[in-house]
Design a protein around this ligand. Structure first.
Ligand SMILES: Cc1ncc(COP(=O)(O)O)c(C=O)c1O
Length: 385
């Protein structure tokens, strides 16, 4: 199998699943219990909270475990908007993950004024538009760090500086950037930041939200005292252990993954561009997550490519994992200005820690043949694009 869908989810690192299964077999205590078997679990959670904080350049008290990246986004956005009713304006971008866009949609229905910042052809947000949209009533700006479909990295430092001039808080969805580029909350100037474990070789169903000390935010789940009363409910202890262990491995490996992925991705990109005609590349030439490759194979339907590749056990995506079952053209590619027929011919390949040089060689051997065959039988005329 050649798995090239690491932006959808990453395979769990064997060291992570081992740590989790050891923990599940031996430690069942409730971290809120005061006797030793509870306290031991509580201590483990604390030490892993500390590790997540370290990876983000934050303080341990600023990290809140959640049930997913989606929940972190919901928590940040609804929590801040609800806690600041005197300021009822929210700004986001047109290319956010549905976790942010659908939350914005909900808030709009509840009476919040929402502004969507457009992006250019390379997926970079329009900073002048953002400057003009900011007012003293803006409670929160939420712009993603790196896009999940095309990988474009947004200028978060500049966004934070601009927002501060208007007294607005800034949240970023760093689900796709965490573990791939430097994500330090203080350096970037952020108030809130979302991450998710299953994109960094950890388990699914566990995420975290960084909330800068002193940020006015409402609880997301009401109940007991867990997560400093902001996200109640007995902790997903095994999930936290897995997440923390994935972060520990990430810190230990330093920039090994980054170098490995960049080398493979650049070989794959060059190979595709050299061997297959009419394949425009989508995304930013430099400001992007290098392991994300997004190509339009003009004249073809992406699904046909995906299914042909799957017969060779090569797994890619036609867009964001969350829109896979939707008939719609990807909102990200639409926002970039791609024609619908071009967007429909688009494939995302995302590389990860466990990909190898052989994987790339195999794709470069199979893909040109598949594209040539499909184009031979395609009714669409490439030259019309
Ligand atoms: C940018 C981005 N935000 C949020 C999410 C959602 O994270 P989770 O799957 O943990 O809910 C994803 C997952 O695809 C993502 O790519």
């Amino acid at each position: 199998m050649v798995y090239l869908d690491n932006n959808a989810t990453t395979p769990i690192d064997p060291a992570v699943s081992e740590k989790m299964s050891e923990f599940l077999k031996s430690q069942f205590g409730n971290p809120s219990s005061l006797y030793p078997i509870g306290r031991e679990v509580k201590e483990k959670i604390t030490s892993y909270r500390e590790l997540v904080a370290k990876a983000l350049g934050a303080d341990r008290s600023e990290i809140f475990f959640t049930g997913s990246g989606t929940e972190s986004d919901n928590f940040a956005i609804k929590g801040v908007i609800e806690a600041n009713p005197e300021k009822n304006e929210f700004i986001t971008s047109a290319i956010e993950h549905p976790a942010v866009l659908e939350t914005a949609n909900y808030l709009e229905k509840m009476g919040t004024k929402v502004t969507y910042v457009p992006v250019d052809r390379q997926g970079m947000i329009d900073l002048d538009f953002l400057r003009n949209a900011l007012t003293s009533k803006t409670a929160l700006v939420s712009i993603m760090h790196a896009n999940n479909e095309v990988g474009t990295i947004q200028p978060i430092e500049k966004i934070c500086k601009l927002a501060k001039e208007y007294g607005a808080l800034v949240h970023t969805d760093a689900v796709q950037s965490f573990g791939k580029i430097d994500v330090k909350v203080k350096k970037l100037g952020l108030d809130l930041l979302s991450v998710s474990a299953h994109k960094i070789y950890g388990p699914k169903g566990i995420g975290a939200l960084y909330i800068r000390k002193g940020t006015k935010i409402n609880p997301f789940i009401h109940g007991g005292h867990q997560e400093r009363r902001l996200r109640a409910g007995t902790e997903n202890t095994a999930g936290i252990i897995g997440f923390g262990e994935a972060v520990r491995i990430m810190l230990e490996r330093g920039d090994k993954d980054k170098k490995h992925i960049e080398k493979l991705a650049s070989k794959l990109k060059e190979g595709i561009e050299k061997n297959i005609p009419k394949v425009p590349f989508n995304g930013h030439p430099t400001e992007r997550i290098k392991g994300t490759l997004n190509f339009s194979f003009l004249g073809l339907e992406a699904e046909a490519i995906l299914l042909s590749l799957a017969t060779k056990e090569i797994y890619v995506s036609t867009g964001s994992a969350c829109s896979e079952d939707s008939e719609d053209v990807s909102h990200v590619l639409r926002a970039l200005g791609l024609k619908p027929e071009v967007a429909r011919s688009t494939i995302r390949m995302s590389l990860g820690r466990f990909n190898t040089e052989q994987d790339v060689d195999f794709v470069l051997k199979e893909l040109p043949v598949i594209i040539a065959k499909l184009r031979e039988i395609s009714a669409l005329d490439i030259d019309e694009y």
